[in-house]
Design a binder for this molecule. Structure first.
Ligand code: PLP
Ligand SMILES: N[C@@H](CCOP(=O)(O)O)C(=O)O
Length: 520
C-alpha cells in the first residue's frame, strides 16, 4: 500500500487504548451475575480473595446451572423465514460453520422466544440494569450484559471481551437548539469503544464463538474479513486478544491512515488489494469457501447479535422509554437491521411497548439503498460506489440489503442521502458545538437536517443519531475541510488557524479583531 511508506511518527502518536481484561484481585465482583429472579435466588458461594473474574464467573455459573432456570437457546434459520420460523424446517446449530441457507438467502440467529418469555419485561429490565457499571465477568460488557439474548449457550470462559458497549448517549443540547430548533436530540456515541467504532459490539460475539469452535476442534485456522477499515480494526483486536490469526482484505488507498494502522499494530495478516470494498468482499467470500478461514463480515449473522445490543442500550439509557426516531448511517447494511432487531426484541419481550421509526442515511456517492427506497422498493440495483469522505460506507452492493429493507418496512422507516458538501458541513457544524464526529455521523446528521426541514421530524421529537465511529479515525477529512482544500467545496464552516508573527503587537491585533467579532 503506497500510503504506508508515508507514515511518520506524527501519524501514530496516539497510543491504542485496549484494556483487555486481566485478572486482578481489585476486580473482584461486588454483585452477583444473577438477577433478582422470580424463582428463589440460590445462595452464592463465598468469594475467595484470589479469584480472577473468569474464575468468579465459573463459580457463580455452577450455582446458576443447578437452578431450574429455563435453558435459553438460539439457532440459525433462513432469513426468509424470520417472520414465521415454523414456515421452514431448515435450521443450523450456531456451532456449525454456515453463512447462507440452502436457497442462498442470508441467515438469522433465532432465539427461543418462548423460553425468554418465561420472564416478563420487568425481569429483563431489572436484570440488565443490575449489570451496568460492574466488572463481573462477562457482564461488564454492554454486549454480554445481554448474554441471554445474544449467545445464550456460550460458556463464559470462551468469551473474548474488552468490556465493549455501554457507550454514552448524550444530549446534543447546543447542536439541537442552534441548528435544528430541537430540544430532545441525542447522540449515541458508538465510536467511543476499544477500536473506535461500533464494530466491537459484533466482533466480541463472533470472535468468542470462533474461540469456542476452535476449542471444539472445528477446522478453523483463522478469521477473515473484507473491510473499509472499522471491521478489520475490530477483528484484528479481538483476534489478537484471543491469540487467533486474523486476515484482512482492504481496498488499497481507500481507508484512512488511522484505520490502516490498527490491524497492522494488532498483528493481522493485511492484504491491500487493488479494488474497492465490493471487490474485497467478493474475494473474501470466495476464499472463505475454500480455506479454513471463518468469515467475519456482517453477512455472518453472529455479528448482528452483538450490534443489536446498542438498541437495547438506548432504551435502557432512557430508563426504558422509546425515542421517536433513530438515525443510522448505512453501508453494508447489517447495522440498521441489528438496531431493528434489538428494538423488536425489547418490544416482544415486554420491556417497551413500541419501537422507534428508523432512518438509514447513505452517502449520495454510495446510495443503492436510497435509490431502491426512492423507486418504492420496486427494483434493487447495486451501484458502483464513488469516492466519499464517508469512506467506511463506500459500498455499492451491500450484503444485507434484504435485512435493511425488512427493518425499514417494519419500522415505518425512511432512507435519506447526503452529498459530500452536506455531510462535511454537518460534521463541521456538529464539531463546532463540541463534538468530534466522523463523516458517517455527518451523513446521519444530514438526514436529520433534511427531515427537520421538511417537518417529518418535529422540534420536540426525541431523536437519536447513531455516531458510528470516532472522529479521530478521520482527521485527514477534517484537515482538508478546515484548510479549504477540497475541490468544488465552499467549506463554509472552516476554521483554519491564523498565521501570526511572533511579536506582541501582531498577536494583540489579531486577538482584538477576533474578540470584537465575538462581542454581542
Ligand atoms: C463508521 C461506520 N459507519 C457506518 C457503517 C455502516 O454500517 P453497515 O455496514 O452495517 O451499514 C460502517 C460500516 O459499514 C462504518 O464503518
Ligand atoms: N464499514 C465496514 C464495511 C464492512 O461491513 P461489515 O459490517 O459487513 O463487516 C468496515 O468497516 O469494514
Amino acid at each position: 500500500m503506497a500510503a504506508f511508506s508515508l507514515f511518520s511518527s506524527a501519524h501514530i502518536a496516539t497510543k491504542p487504548n485496549l484494556h483487555f481484561i486481566k485478572a486482578s484481585t481489585s476486580d473482584l465482583p461486588k454483585s452477583s451475575p444473577l438477577p433478582p429472579s422470580p424463582s428463589t435466588q440460590p445462595q452464592q458461594p463465598p468469594l475467595k480473595p484470589h479469584h480472577n473474574i473468569r474464575e468468579e464467573a465459573r463459580l457463580h455459573n455452577a450455582v446458576a446451572n443447578a437452578t431450574n432456570h429455563p435453558r435459553f437457546t438460539a439457532k440459525y434459520v433462513p432469513f426468509t423465514a424470520i417472520s414465521d420460523p415454523s414456515s421452514s424446517d431448515e435450521s443450523y446449530s450456531l456451532d456449525e460453520i454456515v453463512y447462507r441457507s440452502q436457497s442462498g438467502s442470508l441467515l438469522d440467529v433465532h432465539h427461543d422466544m418462548s423460553a425468554l418469555k418465561h420472564f416478563d419485561g420487568a425481569y429483563w429490565r431489572n436484570l440488565f440494569d443490575s449489570r451496568v457499571g460492574k466488572t463481573t465477568w462477562p457482564f461488564g460488557s454492554g454486549v454480554w450484559s445481554k448474554k441471554e439474548w445474544v449467545l445464550p449457550e456460550i460458556d463464559d470462559d470462551d468469551i473474548i471481551s474488552a468490556f465493549e458497549g455501554n457507550s454514552n448517549l448524550f444530549w446534543a443540547e447546543r447542536y439541537g437548539k442552534q441548528f435544528l430548533g430541537m430540544n430532545d436530540l441525542w447522540v449515541k456515541h458508538c465510536g467511543i469503544s476499544h477500536t473506535g467504532s461500533f464494530k466491537d459490539l459484533g466482533m466480541t460475539v463472533l470472535v468468542s464463538q470462533v474461540n469456542r469452535l476452535r476449542k471444539m476442534n472445528k477446522p478453523l485456522v483463522g478469521v477473515g474479513c473484507a473491510s473499509t477499515g472499522d471491521t478489520s480494526a475490530a477483528l484484528s483486536a479481538y483476534c489478537a486478544a484471543a491469540g487467533i490469526p486474523s486476515i484482512v482484505f482492504l481496498p488499497a488507498n481507500r481507508i484512512s491512515m488511522a484505520q490502516l494502522v490498527q490491524p497492522i499494530a494488532n498483528g493481522a495478516f493485511v492484504l491491500s488489494i487493488d479494488t474497492d470494498f465490493d471487490g474485497c468482499m467478493q474475494l473474501i467470500r470466495e476464499v472463505t469457501a475454500e480455506l479454513p478461514i471463518y468469515l467475519a463480515n456482517s453477512l455472518n449473522s453472529l455479528r448482528l447479535e452483538g450490534q443489536k445490543t446498542a438498541a437495547v442500550e438506548i432504551v435502557q439509557q432512557f430508563d426504558w422509554e422509546v425515542p421517536d426516531w433513530v438515525i443510522v448511517p448505512g453501508g453494508n447494511l447489517g447495522n440498521i437491521y441489528a438496531f431493528y432487531k434489538g428494538f423488536s426484541m425489547c418490544k416482544e419481550l415486554g420491556l417497551v411497548d413500541r419501537i422507534p421509526r428508523l432512518v438509514c442515511a447513505q452517502a449520495a456517492n454510495a446510495n443503492p439503498l436510497y435509490l431502491y427506497y426512492k423507486c418504492g422498493w420496486k427494483e434493487f440495483n447495486p451501484v458502483k460506489a464513488n469516492t466519499t469522505f464517508a469512506s467506511a460506507i463506500q459500498i455499492g452492493d451491500p450484503v444485507s440489503i434484504d435485512r435493511a429493507v425488512y427493518a425499514l418496512k417494519n419500522s415505518n422507516g425512511i432512507v435519506e442521502e447526503a452529498t459530500e458538501e452536506e455531510l462535511m458541513d454537518a460534521m463541521a457544524q456538529a464539531d463546532s458545538t463540541g463534538m468530534f464526529t466522523c463523516p458517517h455521523t455527518g451523513v446521519a446528521l444530514t438526514a436529520l437536517i433534511k427531515l427537520r426541514k421538511s417537518g417529518v421530524i418535529g422540534p420536540t421529537d426525541r431523536t437519536v443519531v447513531v455516531s458510528t465511529a470516532h472522529g479521530l479515525k478521520f482527521t485527514q477529512s477534517k484537515i482538508d475541510y478546515h484548510s479549504k482544500d477540497i475541490k468544488d467545496m465552499a467549506c463554509r464552516f472552516a476554521n483554519p488557524p491564523v498565521q501570526v508573527k511572533a511579536d506582541f503587537g501582531s498577536v494583540m491585533d489579531v486577538l482584538k479583531k477576533y474578540l470584537l467579532s465575538k462581542a454581542h
